[in-house]
Ligand binder design. Sequence first.
Ligand SMILES: [Fe+2]
Length: 199
Amino acid sequence: MSFALEDLPYAYDALAPYMSAETLEFHHDKHHMAYVTNGNKLLEGSGLEGKSLEEIVKESYGTNPGLFNNAGQHLNHLHFWKWMKPNGGGTSLPGVLAKKIDEDLGGFDKFRSEFINAGLTQFGSGWAWLAVKDGKLAVMKTPNGENPIVHGATPILGCDVWEHSYYIDYRNARPKYLEAFVDNLINWEHVEELYSAAV
Ligand SMILES: [Fe+2]
């Protein structure tokens, strides 16, 4: 396989004012594109050319850092665009998922503060996650391009906390960006689809 950049699932200005067209133009067209271009160069001759993206990420972890960083970020961003939608976020999540969040995480409010806190306390670049591990939901964080699949978990929601994701719109206010992501951007239907596939 080779990596390819998909179009955004909405217009560049569709997520404003929570995420601007300028942010999406830089983040999708330049940053994500660079992961695709560099990932394809590093995939050549790696011995992993015939594998799926998930397999490439898992198998390059700890063995081929250059390929891992770019393939991991390609995988993370493929989902990141789908984890957002206009008029998203808030508490209007599908019932099955709401019930599971109540059971495993002690309710939506606790999930919200734990998820935001994971993003805030990820020192430097990385991601905040909601993942399924051993049949239970867990909030996680990872550095750089790491994805929970390298830790035996299946991500169903992730928020990019690299500065390139928020600096144009929020400058250094990472907390405000994370709050806007949870309250106004999350595409809970896509989260639910991934949850159903994971369990
Ligand atoms: Fe990013």
